[in-house]
Design a protein around this ligand. Structure first.
Ligand code: GLU
Length: 319
């Protein structure tokens, strides 16, 4: 073999080696849930599970517990998380620069889809004697940690019922998994929580002690619901939780999956596609997801759709 031919062969081999398919590193994606006993954490875990199962060569999804809606919105706006779950009312406020975000709208938020409905709830033990909202005066009541979505709902309810959170009750700011435990341990008398049903955060105390759920149906709550598109009046059906064998009238929001406009289109497209192509699997993964359907999942969102999500919805003819 001539020297020239040896060189040519070596060059060809080198070319083959560099052209050989190299294993592309899977992209890390962070998905923010909320308290470990709530339903958001299940949203983050179950969608992460689907992605790692069907798209594992491209993505490494991690579902993380967090402080809740407010925490997730702020983390997504900063780019610290790729996806997160947030209440529809908090989303609306964040995108429009209201409430916690007064004067500083979170303009980079983008909608992906809606998940399950979440009811605003006031839960107590039967032995506290609390039978209606007014009875919580003088009691120790968890209104939610500052990063949570429920805290603002609790504050709305307190205001509507004329209860001063600083003077009339002993307000606590516990994370929900701590609050459920504190109710059982008699360290608090009641907690507010906004969550999908059934939630482990209520199932756990309901199996340990006798609980009571208080209706939140004041005329002014109905007015607030009428005035805001992201609220509806609803009932938690009798039998949802042990010992609560009566319908509980209250109002509800929707859990929504959000992202940042700067997250790449194909990342959002791939996630949305995997969710809708495996919707039956997602629905079966948690009882709160049982009624999910594409039509409702495209409603109840405040920020515009992320272009990656919109592309998939247009392909399906849903937009
Ligand atoms: N709605 C609650 C929040 O915004 C979370 C409920 C849940 O974890 O399912 O913080």
């Amino acid at each position: 073999m001539s020297f020239k031919r040896i060189i040519v062969s070596l060059v060809a081999i080198a070319g083959l080696l560099t052209a050989a398919p190299s294993a592309k590193a899977a992209q890390d994606i962070l998905f923010g849930g909320a308290s470990i006993t709530g339903v958001y954490y299940q949203v983050a875990l179950q969608i992460s599970g689907l992605m790692n199962k069907y798209q594992g060569e491209n993505y490494n999804y991690v579902g993380r517990p967090t402080g809740g809606s407010v925490f997730n919105i702020n983390a997504i706006e900063r780019g610290a998380f790729d996806f997160g779950v947030a209440q529809s009312d908090r989303n609306w406020q964040a995108y429009h620069g209201k409430a916690d975000w007064e004067g500083r709208p979170m303009e980079d938020l983008r909608s992906v889809f809606s998940m399950h409905p979440e009811t605003v709830m006031l839960v107590t033990r039967k032995d506290t004697g609390i039978e209606n909202v007014a009875d919580i005066k003088g009691k120790r009541v968890n209104i939610g940690n500052p990063g949570s979505g429920q805290r603002h709902n609790a504050q709305d309810v307190l205001r509507i019922y004329g209860i001063d959170e600083n003077r009339d009750i002993r307000a606590e700011g516990l994370q929900q998994h701590e609050a459920s435990r504190a109710l059982v341990d008699r360290k608090i008398d009641a907690f507010f929580y906004t969550v999908g049903n059934p939630s482990a955060a209520i199932e756990e105390p309901a199996t340990s002690v006798d609980i009571r759920m208080i209706p939140l149906n004041h005329e002014k709550i109905r007015e607030m619901v009428d005035e805001n598109p992201y609220y509806i009046m609803t009932k938690i059906p009798a039998g949802t939780y042990r010992g609560v064998d009566y319908d509980v009238e209250t109002y509800a929001v929707t859990a929504t999956v959000i992202t940042n406009r700067n997250v790449a289109d194909d990342v959002v497209y791939d996630m949305v596609k995997a969710v809708f192509e495996n919707l039956e699997e997602l629905k079966a993964s948690h009882a709160a997801f049982r009624h999910l359907n594409p039509e409702e999942m495209l409603q109840g969102l405040s920020a515009p759709f992320h272009p990656g999500a919109e592309k998939y919805y247009r392909e399906r003819g849903w937009l």
